[in-house]
Design a protein around this ligand. Structure first.
Ligand code: PLP
Length: 430
């Protein structure tokens, strides 16, 4: 499988190069040259396959030249080290929980898969590869955890001092081994700027291969197809039209679901559920794409005003607005509506949702109001305890920390203080 650049389709490369480079020149996103179809009869027989076998069927056509079968199987086993249960709330509504991974964020899947890929590519190299990550909180934890102890790979995380939650800071700074944390005197944008400068700094690129574990990397994007199929596998009523609501920010997750649909996964409608950062719901309505600056909300992992992966969704549909809107509806919601949904889910079903899952629930309800004959699933992308303060205040309860998060409390933070690019460079040159 070749990957081409969405900025320049004549620029093509292999899976390995696409993963290591992250982006093509001029910030082009990589896109697979062919969208393969699932084998005949696979969907009908899906319940007879293990989760690992399903993942293998989905992923192998995209990476066949990069890995032997047993290597890909090992990578998939490392990636899928946790459950992805579909929890029934009512006869018509279920929630697919994606947060049972090591950092309790759905980004664990993509981060673990990418880490295993890089570890394999660099297994015999004399030169290590260094992954630079700027984080405003959540992503850094999933990436750090995914790359922990992967041989041949060093990870350097930059985070803004005082601007991540205490538990997030512990997730970034206490892992040790190949994970190094830098506490930057500045904002998230300052962290991101340092990473960008480093990629252009020849002193650093001569010394070590640098890469980023950005969410647009194909190795983080493609494995997300897996949980849509695992959701389908667990559906009890497969003959009713199935509708999936995806809480969306940068639109990687939804784009993976729509790719799985193109490969043959049945789905009657996808729903792009957003907070007030509603660039995509607006586009679906008007056919005009107007990127905006992002607005801060309580579902902050979705505060994206110009979602990069939406370009890939347009590519799947060859920018045909009518074909796209036949498969995709979009709705957006305010923070007050989101809090209302957290309360409603608790009262009606005894289900505690986080703000992102609550937005997805709202999108599903809105669609089902007008289309009562469907079977609905919404994705829950983070454990509610990751957004403890907000959920506790909304429900007037105290949440217990699950063991994955509680185990960080009391560990010792190890981070270097960085005040400028020169500090950062000096640290990297040591
Ligand atoms: C990243 C994230 C999202 C948004 O996913 P995209 O693929 O960027 O659309 C939703 N919820 C949570 C909890 C996230 O961390």
């Amino acid at each position: 499988m070749k990957y081409y650049s969405l900025q320049n389709p004549s620029y093509t490369t292999s899976f390995q190069e696409a993963v290591v480079k992250g982006l093509a020149p001029n910030k082009g996103l990589f896109f697979p040259s062919v969208i393969p179809h699932l084998p005949e009869g696979f969907i009908e027989q899906i319940e007879s396959y293990s989760n690992q076998e399903i993942a293998f069927q989905l992923i192998s056509p995209y990476v066949a030249e990069a890995f032997e079968t047993d290597i890909l199987n090992r990578i998939i086993n490392e990636t899928l080290c946790f459950d992805l249960p579909l929890v029934t709330l009512s006869e018509k509504v279920g929630v697919l929980e994606l947060f049972h991974g090591p950092t309790m964020a759905f980004k664990d899947i993509g981060a673990r898969f990418m880490a295993q890929c890089l570890g394999h590519f660099y297994r015999n190299e004399d030169k290590e590869i260094t992954v630079l990550v700027a984080t405003s909180g959540d992503t850094g934890g999933a990436v750090a955890n995914g790359f922990l102890k992967v041989p041949g790979v060093q990870v350097v995380i930059l985070y803004p001092s005082g601007k991540v939650s205490p538990i997030q800071e512990l997730q970034l700074t206490t892992l040790g081994h190949n994970i190094k944390a830098l506490e930057v005197e500045g904002t998230f944008d300052d962290c991101q700027q340092m990473v960008k400068t480093a990629f252009m700094d020849q002193d650093l690129t001569d010394q070590s291969t640098l890469t980023s574990a950005n969410s647009i990397n194909v190795a983080r994007w493609l494995p997300q197809m897996i949980y849509f199929l695992l959701g389908y596998k667990q559906l009890e009523e497969k003959n009713t039209p199935w509708v999936i609501s995806v809480p969306s920010g940068n639109f990687g997750n939804l784009c993976a679901g729509m790719l799985a649909h193109k490969m043959g996964m049945p789905c009657h409608k996808f729903i792009a559920s957003t907070n007030v950062n509603k660039t995509v719901p607006d586009y679906l309505k008007t056919a005009l794409y107007n990127p905006k600056t992002s607005i801060q909300t309580i579902s902050n992992a979705m505060d994206v005003g110009d979602p990069s992966n939406f370009r890939r969704i347009l590519e799947i549909y060859k920018s045909d607005h009518e074909a796209l809107t036949a498969d995709l509806a979009g709705y957006w919601f305010t923070d007050d509506q989101t809090r209302g949904a957290i309360v409603a889910l608790e009262q009606q079903f005894g289900y505690t949702a986080d703000p992102h899952g609550a937005v997805a629930y709202l999108g599903l309800m809105k669609y089902m109001e007008g289309h009562p004959g469907v079977q609905g699933t919404f994705l829950e992308t983070a454990h509610p305890a990751k957004f403890k303060e907000e959920v506790e205040a909304t429900l007037s309860v105290t949440l217990d920390l699950p063991s994955q998060l509680a185990s960080f409390a009391g560990r010792t933070k190890i981070a270097e203080n960085i005040a400028s690019y020169d500090d950062f460079k000096a640290y990297m040159m040591r």
